[in-house]
Design a protein around this ligand. Structure first.
Ligand SMILES: NC(=O)c1ccc[n+]([C@@H]2O[C@H](COP(=O)([O-])OP(=O)(O)OC[C@H]3O[C@@H](n4cnc5c(N)ncnc54)[C@H](OP(=O)(O)O)[C@@H]3O)[C@@H](O)[C@H]2O)c1
Length: 262
C-alpha cells in the first residue's frame, strides 16, 4: 500500500526515544521528511542519523516543549527549513506516578505543562500554517487513560483528559480546513517510560520490575505488551492519505487492554 507520504513534512514531538522516535522512523520509512525534537541534543543527533539512513531529510531541533518560546522557535526554524508542516504528532514525557495526596500544586502545574500545554503550544503555532495550506494532520499521543483512568497515574489521567477535549474541539473547528485531528492511546508499550514505571511501582507490590511488566501484559487480551513499532504503524496510517475521512477519533493500540465497548 502506498501511504503517499513522499512529499510530506512531519514534525514529531519528543522523538529522541520511545514512541516518538518509533513514529519518526516509521514516517521516514514511508518517505516523509521529518523534524525531530526533545531536550537532549546528543540523543537527537543519533536519531537524526538513523532517519537519514532511510534517505529522507531530517531536521533535529533541541526543544523543551514546556517552554512556549522554544516551541515558537522550533516551528519558525522548521518552516524556514522545509517551507511547510503537513503532519504534527504531539507527544511529551509522562508525569510521575502516584495518587492524589502525593502531589503538590507545583506537581500538578508541571504535569499540565508537560502533557496539555505542550500540545496547545504546538497546535497554536502550527495550525495557522495548516489553515493557509488548506490541509493538515494532527495526531496526539496520549494514553488509554483517556478511555479508562489508570490507577496510580492521576497526573497523567487528568492532563490527558484535557488533550482529548482539545482534540475533539480542534477536529470540529478545523474540519472545514481539511485538518484532521485524532488521538492515539497507547497501552503498555516497551519503552524507557514503561521500564521506569515498572521500577517505580513494582516494589510496592512485592514484585521485580520484569514481573510487573508481565502483570501488565496479562491485563490485555493479547497477553503481551506492544513494541514501539506496532504503535508507530497506526500513527503512520493516520498520517497517510489512506486515512482521509478519519477525524475526531481516539484509537487504542493496547492489545485489548480497555474493557469498555468503545
Ligand atoms: N510507553 C507506554 O507504554 C505508554 C503508555 C501510555 C502512555 N504513554 C505516554 O506516551 C508518551 C511517550 O511515551 P514513551 O514511552 O515514549 O516515553 P519515554 O520513553 O519516556 O520518552 C519520552 C520522550 O519525551 C521527551 N521529553 C520529555 N520531556 C520533554 C520536554 N519537556 N520537552 C521535550 N521533550 C521531552 C524525551 O526526550 P528528552 O529526554 O531527550 O527530552 C523522550 O524523547 C508519554 O507521555 C507517556 O506517558 C506511554
Amino acid at each position: 500500500m502506498d501511504f503517499e507520504l513522499n512529499e510530506k513534512v512531519a514534525l514529531v514531538a519528543a522523538s529522541s526515544t520511545g514512541l516518538g522516535k518509533a513514529v519518526a522512523l516509521g514516517l521516514a520509512e514511508e518517505g516523509a521528511d521529518i523534524i525531530i525534537c526533545s531536550r537532549d541534543s546528543d540523543k537527537l543527533k543519533l536519531v537524526s542519523e538513523e532517519i537519514q539512513k532511510k534517505e529522507t531529510r531530517c531536521l533535529a531541533i533541541p526543544t523543551d516543549l514546556t517552554n512556549y518560546s522554544q516551541v515558537q522557535d522550533l516551528v519558525t526554524k522548521s518552516i524556514e527549513h522545509f517551507g511547510k508542516i503537513d503532519i504534527l504528532v504531539t507527544n511529551c514525557g509522562g508525569p510521575p506516578s502516584g495518587g492524589f495526596l502525593d502531589f503538590s500544586i507545583e506537581d500538578w502545574n508541571r504535569a499540565i505543562d508537560l502533557n496539555l500545554m505542550s500540545t496547545i503550544y504546538l497546535c497554536k503555532e502550527i495550525i495557522p500554517y495548516m489553515v493557509n495550506q488548506g490541509s493538515g494532520r494532527i495526531i496526539m499521543i496520549t494514553s488509554v487513560s483517556v478511555k479508562q483512568p489508570i490507577k496510580g497515574l492521576i497526573l497523567s489521567n487528568v492532563a490527558r483528559a484535557g488533550v482529548a477535549g482539545l482534540a475533539k474541539s480542534l477536529c470540529n473547528e478545523f474540519g472545514k480546513n481539511n485538518i484532521l485531528v485524532n488521538i492515539v492511546c497507547p497501552g503498555y508499550t516497551q519503552t524507557q517510560r514503561v521500564n521506569q514505571l515498572a521500577i517505580d511501582l513494582s516494589a510496592d507490590q512485592g514484585l521485580k520490575p520484569e514481573e510487573m511488566i508481565q502483570k501488565w501484559a496479562e491485563l490485555n487480551a493479547l497477553g503481551r505488551i506492544a513494541t514501539p513499532e506496532e504503535f508507530a504503524n497506526v500513527v503512520v496510517f493516520l498520517a497517510s492519505e489512506k486515512a482521509s475521512h478519519l477525524t475526531g477519533t481516539a484509537i487504542q493500540i493496547d492489545g485489548g487492554l480497555v474493557k469498555s465497548l468503545l
